[in-house]
Ligand binder design. Structure first.
Ligand code: DON
Length: 308
């Protein structure tokens, strides 16, 4: 029988996956991330009927990294017509690591989807073209979504990413050579790194992404940030591409739209019901949280939830 959601259930799931925190690899290609303690482990849930659950280090902030790619897409969807976005970035899984250059050359500078680095950089380029202050706009939106007016960027992490940005810069310049990048590369990279360096905790993340479980609505949101149709589209992209080359494996094990970040966070959505945020910095080979994925797998099984 499906278990009832409680803080105690979440705490017991964390204890069961805790041994895995020692097996993952904390991201070290961004030096400022390498010093995050691997033993951190947290989970939080927000439900569409207004309940909140949490356990472990759910109140401790970390950089959300690629989870921010969902938010930059939300901003772009509000500024551009659909065809303007999807002629520049695809909607298909890449089957490649998130920072790969290989496919991009073969496919003439059009990234497979908005959740690999290339796709997110195109989206950031689009934001740069239409927003006078893209960093400030992102902060306004996430503070409102998360109900946390003090959210901010970790500027040390953003700086560290910029100091080690060869691969992302190469991706952006390659796209520019194909005409699929319109602004100067450096300022767009800096905005992208700030978005990745946005700090949130699991409670704030779960609350922030509740709109994806609730057809674009959230009690604390003004109408019109995002339509029901756009939230369906984002959930579909999260299922097919949210976990990079492990998206199929994640669908198999967890059965929910998900998006990971190399900070160790994952956000997962049960449509019409809840948003779940987990955090454990140790990653698997695809760059997804090892213990975080295992926690979501147990939670999905014990609550009897899957979109399939
Ligand atoms: O650009 C990067 O490589 C990082 N700032 C973000 C990558 C990331 O989070 C991939 N996700 N699992």
């Amino acid at each position: 029988m499906a278990k009832v959601l409680t803080d105690a259930l979440l705490a017991s799931i964390l204890e069961r996956v805790r041994p895995l925190t020692a097996q993952g690899q904390v991201a070290d290609y961004i030096p400022a991330l390498a010093c995050v303690p691997a033993e951190k482990l947290g989970i939080a849930i927000s439900t569409v009927d207004g309940q909140h659950f949490q356990a472990g280090d759910a109140g401790e902030r970390f950089t959300i990294q690629s989870i921010s790619k969902v938010l930059s897409l939300v901003l772009a969807m509000g500024l551009y017509e659909e065809h303007e976005i999807w002629q520049r970035v695809g909607k298909d899984p890449s089957g490649q690591p998130f920072n790969s250059l290989l496919q991009l050359e073969l496919e003439k500078g059009k990234p497979r989807n908005p959740f690999i680095n290339a796709g997110a950089l195109v989206v950031c380029d689009m934001l740069q073209s239409r927003l006078s202050a893209p960093r400030q706009r992102m902060l306004e939106v996430v503070r409102q979504l998360a109900g946390a007016p003090d959210l901010h960027y970790n500027t040390l992490v953003a700086r560290s990413e910029f100091d080690h940005s060869d691969r992302n810069a190469a991706i952006a310049y390659l796209m520019r050579s194909f005409g699929n990048f319109h602004n100067d590369v450096i300022p767009v990279l800096k905005n992208y790194f700030h978005y990745c360096a946005l700090e949130m905790n699991c409670v704030e993340l779960a609350r922030c992404f509740l709109f994806l479980a609730n057809q674009g609505r959230a009690a604390h949101l003004p109408d019109g940030l995002i339509s029901a149709q756009h939230t369906r589209q984002i959930n579909a992209l999260m299922v097919t591409s949210g976990m990079y080359q492990s998206s199929g494996e994640f669908a198999w094990r967890v059965g929910m739209p998900g998006k990971s970040g190399v900070g160790g966070g994952i956000i997962a959505i049960v449509p019409h019901e809840m948003s779940i945020a987990v955090w454990s910095p140790g990653l698997d080979e695809a760059g997804n949280s090892l213990a975080g994925t295992a926690a979501l797998e147990i939670l999905a099984r014990e609550m009897g939830r899957s979109i399939f």
